[in-house]
Design a protein around this ligand. Structure first.
Ligand SMILES: [Zn+2]
Ligand SMILES: [Zn+2]
Length: 380
């Protein structure tokens, strides 16, 4: 496809002055900026094209090459002068810079602004949820102190409907000022207009020209099932409004998970410590345990179960984020020694002890242990 002539793209004559070029570019760039045309592919392409055209024509050397050779000046192996003949020129990387130079604060940048400051500020919020909510996923209401577009001026910052801004008197609209520093002339962002090259003649009285006003917002945030403690959820575009045509910032929601009285979590696995009566542990049987999903599960306990023995319930753990996998649930048994015995219980246990051959120093099962104890004391 043949490329459109750069002058034609910007709608200017071939002999257009730098000022005329800039004006034409600014008007078109504002009109076709992706933030103003979300999802519009044609506008996005047009925006790229006009940036490419302006990037060439604003540069005296590139413009001269373009005037002589046309688009061929910037194609591979083209006759263009060294420097941008090979590999074309890097317009993709330059686009943000051009735009920033052109609009600076007008696109939401702050004074002395870097790239990230062209948009509205990011907003942070913190929520605390239960482990069971982290298991199932949930929705939480978040209240954030933020800035929204000013209604009075539709976010432009100007009380005038048409002429929103004047050329900045300090920099004459360039957005940058020059200063002599020793042998060098240094250029820096204009302190009056913050690089936008424009000052608002009649600032909006509601927002004092900012284009945004502070407000509390209530948002419902979806927390996905399987979320981990400390996860940060990003809600693109839900931060502070940029004002004056800039994109809004993002909202970051920090998720903390409250400790649970019954369940402990380790990654996708969940652990539950279950007390077991001495008799149950010795005889074996089936016990009912709670699961993190709110259901009940039955676990077979073999006879002779000891404290610390672990039983796995496959797939009863947490969902693994962005996966269909599920973790497991582990039942950890703690055998309880009976306390406050009834008379009958005492009799039975005494009988049990006699049956076990128990003495003050232990039962036959422990003979090995006590032999080792004896050895230990003799060795001192
Ligand atoms: Zn306003
Ligand atoms: Zn200025």
């Amino acid at each position: 496809m043949a490329k459109t002539d750069y002058y034609q793209l910007l709608g200017v004559q071939r002999g257009a002055s730098a000022d005329e070029l800039k004006k034409a570019y600014r008007k078109l760039a504002m009109q076709h900026h992706p933030d103003r045309n979300p999802g519009d592919k044609a506008a996005e392409q047009k925006f790229k094209d006009i940036n490419e055209a302006y990037d060439v024509l604003k540069d005296e050397q590139k413009r001269a090459a373009y005037d002589r050779f046309g688009h061929a000046a910037f194609e591979n192996g083209g006759p263009g002068p060294g420097g941008f003949g090979a590999g074309g020129f890097g317009f993709e990387g330059g686009i943000g810079d051009i735009f920033e130079q052109m609009f600076g604060e007008a696109m939401g940048g702050r004074r002395g602004g870097g790239r990230s400051e062209r948009t509205g500020a990011d907003v942070r919020a913190a929520v605390e949820i239960d482990l069971t909510q982290a298991f199932a996923g949930t929705k939480v209401d978040v209240r954030v102190a933020t800035r929204v577009a000013c209604d009075a001026c539709s976010g432009t910052g100007s009380s005038d409907k048409q002429a929103a801004a004047d050329k900045c008197p300090t920099c004459g609209g360039a957005g940058r000022v020059r200063a002599q520093q020793g042998f060098f002339v240094v250029e820096r962002t204009c302190p009056t207009c913050g690089g936008s090259g424009r000052t608002i003649r009649n600032p909006c009285r509601v927002c004092a020209g900012a284009g945004t006003v502070p407000r509390e917002r209530n948002l419902s945030v979806a927390i996905p099932a399987g979320v981990e403690d400390g996860t940060r959820i990003r809600l693109s575009g839900e931060g502070e409004a940029g004002g004056k045509g800039a994109a809004p910032g993002d909202l970051y929601v920090h998720v903390a998970i409250r400790p649970h009285p019954i369940f402990q979590r380790d990654g996708a696995n969940v652990f539950c410590r279950v007390p077991l009566r001495m008799g149950q542990a010795a005889l074996g049987g089936e016990i009912e345990v709670p699961a993190i999903d709110g259901s009940r599960a039955r676990v077979k306990i073999p006879s002779g179960t000891q404290t610390g023995d672990q039983f796995r319930l496959r797939g009863k753990g947490f969902s693994v984020l962005r996966s269909t996998q599920r973790g497991d649930m582990y039942i950890q048994v703690a055998v309880e020694t009976p306390q406050n015995l009834t008379k009958r219980q005492r009799e039975l246990l005494e009988e049990f002890e006699r049956e076990s051959g128990g003495t003050a120093s232990g039962s036959p099962e422990h003979e090995g242990f006590f032999a080792k104890v004896k050895e230990f004391f003799e060795g001192i």
